[in-house]
Design a protein around this ligand. Structure first.
Ligand code: ZN
Length: 148
């Protein structure tokens, strides 16, 4: 695990996993979704506040490994002011990045920290889990998503 840490968990990921941003329940959220990754034990709830089509606030709560927590934390920092289509676009690019390792321009520079995850296939689901959950939340058609 610690060999993996030096390679995979860049400073940004470590920082966000230790000090997750927007890590709280949002009482007045108008969209929510649960994301679970049974393979790893990651389990998060995403909270979203929207004004029409645009996300105005994002938070999350739950538990899981460092990668999933850092991914959720960076996600909450990245998506305020974006609309549904933009979020789905970023999701597709993040998914491509963590599965291929190619750094794609997501429009959010910090997310490229996750490109290294592709070297650890078991971790890809951890990184992408919060993204599945946020898409489910803003679509509002699913209350829970699982990587399985
Ligand atoms: Zn995990």
């Amino acid at each position: 695990m610690f060999d993996e840490l030096t390679d995979l968990y860049q400073q940004l990921i470590l920082d966000h996993s230790k000090n997750p941003r927007n890590f709280h329940v949002m009482e007045d959220a108008d969209h929510e979704a649960q994301g679970t990754n049974p393979m790893c034990g990651d389990n998060y709830r995403l909270f979203v506040k929207m004004d029409g089509d645009t996300v105005t606030d994002v938070s999350f709560q739950g538990s899981g490994c460092a990668i999933s927590k850092a991914s959720a934390s960076l996600l909450t920092e990245s998506l305020k002011g974006k609309n549904r289509d933009e979020i789905k676009g970023v999701f597709e690019k993040v998914r491509q990045m963590v599965t291929t390792g190619e750094v794609t321009d997501t429009g959010i520079k910090k997310l490229s920290a996750f490109a290294g995850v592709h070297k650890f296939p078991a971790r890809v689901k951890c990184a992408i889990l919060p993204w599945h959950a946020i898409v489910a939340a803003v679509e509002g058609d699913q209350d829970s998503v699982s990587t399985e």
